[in-house]
Ligand binder design. Structure first.
Ligand SMILES: [Zn+2]
Length: 457
């Protein structure tokens, strides 16, 4: 009832939104473009939907703002994508391209050059000055390159040497805006909304020149291609297709090892989809869907990082529906290390030992610092977790972790209210048939048998 009332109020009290934006994550995936750019600059002024599919296929008919990055050299902007961007501009759309020429090669460069903009290798030097509507505004800047523009362009921001850092021009009925990446936020937690006092307004003013129908729902576009590998649906688009088969191959290599290490299948309903992300920056897991960065750790030339990443993301689907306390991330990577060991990859042992060394610098015999403390350092938490798993495996293994996973599935009923470290130690105790509370306390874990409802061994 309350919900209905609220909806009515919002319908009557605010103007319909005038901007439908798309932040593209198909040419280069980052968590920043997956929602944080929108939160920093467009929230409340636009409805945003991400594009995960081939840019060439993206339906832009009811969109008036498209936000792009320079892209990644492994997935050039293809001809279909370029034509789609041009049609969108001709129809009155606004395109923002955030890119710099100071780093690696930038796939968007040929498109920009066609319109008279060249990303230079010259670093822009502050302070920056806004022109026109941006004059008198404070312009924040991280770092990045200057851009050379032909006379069709209107500069919007200049550096201290009068070189352009942001400029716009008309293309067809639309507006093309190009600026250094350093003018915008970058952090995946959206904690750096630099220039939010003008970026959103600048974009909305221009985008709104093309009318959209706010009555038609603005939807996410997902990767349009898929194929099945056993029970797994692999999702990709034209640019990521080249990586899909090899990643699936690694998944199939990894999976039997995960089964052996954990002694159980993934939790029911988990890992149904595997999405190939255009990034070298890792992956994520929702349990049902695991997403894997296509060129993580130098894949396909290097294989161990991919083995570890896939095991890690898949591992999250093994611990559900009750995520592990304290070491939910470390246990996922430890599973990856175990898989790597079983596959005879020397990097696995090196990864483990490197983390243990870092932890020992903080707590030499792992007996003093509580990894559950709020100020516990990451290296301590990770190293102590690894130390626990290794110790348990040495004492109660081989296969101690499998006993733990099997016991966890057995004793945790559905609909349980959370899973604490006290519960976790109780499950471990049941799994190895020995009261492990004293041992965990000897390593400064704050655990207490009295705080769990699980039985004693
Ligand atoms: Zn994780």
């Amino acid at each position: 009832m309350l919900q209905v009332l609220c909806l009515c109020l919002s319908l009557f009290s605010s103007d319909p939104v005038k901007v439908h934006s798309v932040c593209d994550v198909s040419q280069q995936f980052t968590f920043y473009m997956d929602g944080r750019f929108y939160r920093q600059y467009l929230k409340g002024q636009a409805v945003d939907a991400r594009n995960w599919g081939s840019l060439s296929e993206l339906n832009l008919s009811n969109v008036n703002l498209l936000v792009l990055t320079g892209g990644d050299r492994r997935i050039p902007y293809d001809e279909g994508a370029i034509q789609n961007i041009k049609r969108f501009l001709d129809s009155g759309g606004t395109v923002l391209i955030m890119a710099d020429g100071t780093g690696e090669s930038v796939p968007i460069s040929p498109f920009l050059e066609e319109f008279g903009a060249t990303l230079t290798q010259e670093k822009a030097v502050g302070p920056l000055t806004g022109l026109g509507a941006l004059s008198d505004l404070e312009i924040e800047f991280r770092r990045g390159g200057a851009v050379q523009f032909t006379s069709e362009w209107s500069p919007l921001i200049l550096d201290s040497k009068a070189r352009s850092v942001l400029a716009e021009r008309s293309v067809g009925q639309g507006t093309l805006i190009v600026g250094s990446r350093g003018l915008f936020g970058q952090k995946p937690d959206a904690s750096d909304p630099i220039n939010d006092h003008w970026v959103g307004q600048m974009l909305v003013d221009r985008a709104a020149r093309k009318a959209i129908d706010p009555g038609i729902r603005h939807r996410v576009t997902w990767a349009e291609d898929s194929k099945h590998a056993g029970p797994l649906k692999i999702e990709f688009h034209d640019g990521t297709e080249q990586f899909a088969d090899e990643i699936v191959e690694v998944y199939h290599e990894v999976r039997p090892h995960l089964l052996a290490i954990t002694g159980v299948e993934p939790s029911p309903g988990m890992i149904q989809r595997l999405l190939i992300l255009p990034t070298g920056g890792g992956g994520f897991s929702s349990g049902v869907c695991i997403a894997i960065g296509a060129w993580w750790g130098g894949f396909p030339d290097k294989r161990y990082p991919m083995v570890e990443l896939i095991s890690h993301e898949a591992g999250h689907s093994w611990v559900l529906p009750y995520p592990e306390p304290v070491w939910n991330e470390p246990i996922a990577t430890w599973l990856g290390i175990q898989v790597g060991r079983r596959m005879g990859m020397p990097e696995a042992e090196a990864t483990l030992q490197r983390q243990l060394r870092k932890g020992r610098k903080l707590d030499p015999d792992f007996s003093t610092l509580n990894p559950m403390a709020e100020d516990a350092k990451r290296d301590l938490v990770w190293a102590k977790s690894y130390y626990v798993f290794e110790s348990l495996e040495n004492k109660y293994g081989p296969g101690a972790m499998a006993k733990y996973f099997q016991k966890k599935r057995e004793v945790l009923g559905p609909g349980r209210d959370g899973y604490t470290m006290d519960d976790c130690v109780a499950v471990w105790s049941l799994a190895v048939n020995e009261d492990l509370f004293p041992w965990f306390r000897s390593m400064a874990f704050d655990v207490d048998r009295a705080r769990t409802d699980l039985p004693r061994p």
